[in-house]
Write a protein that binds this ligand. Structure first.
Ligand code: SF4
Length: 232
């Protein structure tokens, strides 16, 4: 079996898989170009990094009974073709499986979905092709919508979430996203605060908070999405 290329690992996390303690593997390679990315070095799809899947798997074997889950994050996990086989390997140890994705390659998501216990789907912009293109540099909106439909049709627990970068998103944009998700039948949606990247010297904390404190929007989100919260 070919091995996944690992861009980084987090051996213990209480925040990457709801209500479960998980180890996180950051998979190398990402087709998105999020302006709020804190991990640009993980974007390039390369064959080798300083991390090894075998070493991480050895570590996981020592965590059986101590951790609940393993979360596949990125980068964009759906880039790498051997994801399903790798998940099977981890499942055989008894861990629950979490997946973070932007919805790239829905045909690949369809393959791994039966092996996954929870998915966090990033919604990066309102559902308008030009906005996706402008914000993340690629127009993969159709893929995102197909992935969302797959999740809605599955029995897999999932959430949608948006990183609220005030340089690119407005309160109106968040309204648009929230209403579109509600219309589609999404039950869980969360807002995530943007933390300025090193090269962003102008965005202030007040700018970031302004997107997260609109009372009407917050009331709508609380009323329409289970367990809604702003993640800061
Ligand atoms: S999906 Fe993640 S790794 Fe990829 S560009 Fe966006 S923030 Fe960076």
């Amino acid at each position: 079996m070919s091995k996944i290329v690992v861009g980084g690992v987090e051996k213990f996390s209480a925040v990457d898989f709801p209500r479960r303690l998980s180890a996180v593997v950051f998979m190398q390679g990402c087709p998105w170009r999020c302006p709020f990315c804190h991990n640009a070095s993980i974007r390039d799809i390369v064959k080798e990094t300083d991390f090894s899947w075998d070493k991480f798997f050895e570590f996981l074997q020592t965590r059986v009974g101590k951790l609940d889950a393993v979360t596949f994050s990125g980068g964009e996990p759906l880039v790498q073709d051997c994801l399903a086989e790798t998940i099977q390997e981890v499942r055989s140890l008894g861990f629950a499986i979490g997946l973070h994705t932007g919805g790239y390659r829905p045909e690949h998501l369809a393959k791994v979905l039966p092996l996954v216990d929870w998915v966090g789907l990033d919604i990066k912009a309102p559902f308008v092709a030009e906005r996706y293109q402008a914000i993340v540099g690629v127009n993969h909106l159709a893929r995102v919508l197909n992935s969302l439909d797959l999740l809605l049709a599955s029995k897999v627990d999932f959430e949608c979430r948006t990183t609220c970068d005030p340089r690119f998103l407005s309160v109106d944009d968040l309204w648009q996203i929230a209403k579109a998700l509600k219309e589609k039948g999404v039950k869980k949606y969360f807002l995530q605060k943007y933390r300025p990247i090193d090269s962003d010297k102008t965005t202030t904390d007040d700018d970031c908070e302004r997107l997260l404190t609109d009372k009407d929007l917050l009331d709508y989100l609380k009323q329409n999405f289970v367990g809604f919260e702003v993640r800061r």
